[in-house]
Design a protein around this ligand. Structure first.
Ligand code: TXA
Ligand code: MG
Length: 342
């Protein structure tokens, strides 16, 4: 690791500039969490509405008390067990935590990232780094420094190189209601693994109940530039052949379906891993690849519906939402199949 670069990044943070930080989940667009102007810069660069709060990245569990108060015992146990790691805890905030960071909520999201470069940066900086994923609002999260550079060019500021992200999906976010952990966003750490921690049962948020804020709830999150469809294996082949017959370029993420039949049809298939964690690790990288390749559609073979696939299915669900104008047959540019006559 380059010590001079870490020093330079610390200087940039102290001067109120943004720095792109590698983490084990995705790259983040970081700034000094105690500098309101610096934090506002993050929102401006991303085009993110100010009401969407940021995660504060801290060096270790020892810094927890500087940001949060009234920490439920179960939150401490989870932090002890899973930090550094892909777990974000939403806790009651200390009064001095900036409104710019919390979006005006009385909670703050905290996490200790597990990446040697960013751990060194946090240690050398000594404060918290507020950082959302380093992508434009609503878009795919970056898992390489190249993804960040292609999205922002020079405007994101200094980019700390940290190699491809080891996990490739954002952190799991937990809130707390009456002292019990509630899943706010599925992520790189599955609830099954979290529940291996003694005495931990993760509650599900029932829509329309309680007072917990819903993070990342805007439905247009995690979208590639290319329209994306998720289809069961049997429909995937039919849909692909239809697009191929139309002379359309499509990228296919298959699991059980064999690559050969797509290749023969002149399409670009990618055999995704069978196992959920490995799948999540490469998902954004493959979607970025197809965005760059300039395909017109991305077709994804739907993964299983089991718990370990929760984060992958969440991201695919949001990625595949129809954007305005693109779902209607007349604007779909020949992508829509005519209803078959019976
Ligand atoms: O893995 C990750 O979590 C990455 C890396 C860079 O740490 N960060 C990330 O940040 O995904 P972002 O901003 O893209 O997503 C964080 C989510 C947002 O949906 C935000 O609404 C939610 O966390 N969030 C932040 N503070 C919150 C709070 N106080 N209450 C509820 N949700 C909060
Ligand atoms: Mg994000």
């Amino acid at each position: 690791m380059n010590v001079a670069q870490i020093q330079q990044a610390v200087e940039h943070l102290k001067q109120g500039k943004t720095v792109v930080i590698p983490t084990e989940t995705v790259y983040g667009l970081g700034a000094d969490a105690s500098n309101p102007e610096a934090v506002r810069r993050i929102f401006a660069i991303k085009g993110r509405p100010p009401s969407h709060p940021l995660i504060v990245h801290i060096e270790s569990i020892n810094a927890l008390d500087s940001w949060a108060k009234a920490i439920p015992p179960v939150a401490e146990r989870l932090a002890e067990r899973f930090w550094p790691g892909p777990l974000t805890l939403v806790l009651p905030r200390r009064p001095d935590v900036l409104t710019e960071v919390t979006g005006g909520q009385d909670t703050v999201a905290l996490r200790v990232p597990a990446h040697p470069v960013t751990s060194s940066l946090l240690k050398a900086f000594g404060g918290g780094i507020a950082a959302p994923s380093a992508n434009r609002f609503g878009r795919l999260s970056p898992t390489t420094s190249r993804d960040v550079y292609e999205e922002f060019g020079e405007t994101a500021g200094m980019i700390l190189e940290g190699g491809p992200c080891a996990l490739g999906l954002e952190s799991t976010i937990l809130g707390f209601q009456d002292g019990h952990p509630v899943l706010l966003r599925p992520g790189a750490l599955s609830t099954g693994v979290l529940e291996e921690c003694p005495g931990v049962r993760i509650l599900r948020k029932t829509p329309g109940t309680g007072t917990l804020p819903v993070p990342g709830s805007s439905l247009s999150h995690y979208q590639p530039k290319t329209p994306l469809e998720v289809l069961p294996e049997e429909d995937l082949v039919r849909r692909s052949l239809f697009l191929s017959a139309q002379g359309r370029k499509a990228g296919i993420l298959c699991r059980k379906a064999k690559e050969d039949c797509f290749r023969r049809a002149g399409l670009t298939p990618f055999s995704m891993p069978r196992e959920a964690q490995a799948y999540g690790q490469v998902l954004f990288a493959v979607l970025h690849f197809f965005d760059r390749a300039g395909v017109e559609r991305i077709l994804v073979e739907s993964p299983p519906e089991t718990m370990e696939w929760e984060a992958v299915n969440d991201r695919l669900g949001r990625a595949s939402l129809t954007r305005s104008g693109q779902g209607s047959p007349d604007k779909a540019g020949g992508f829509t199949e005519r209803p078959r006559k019976s």
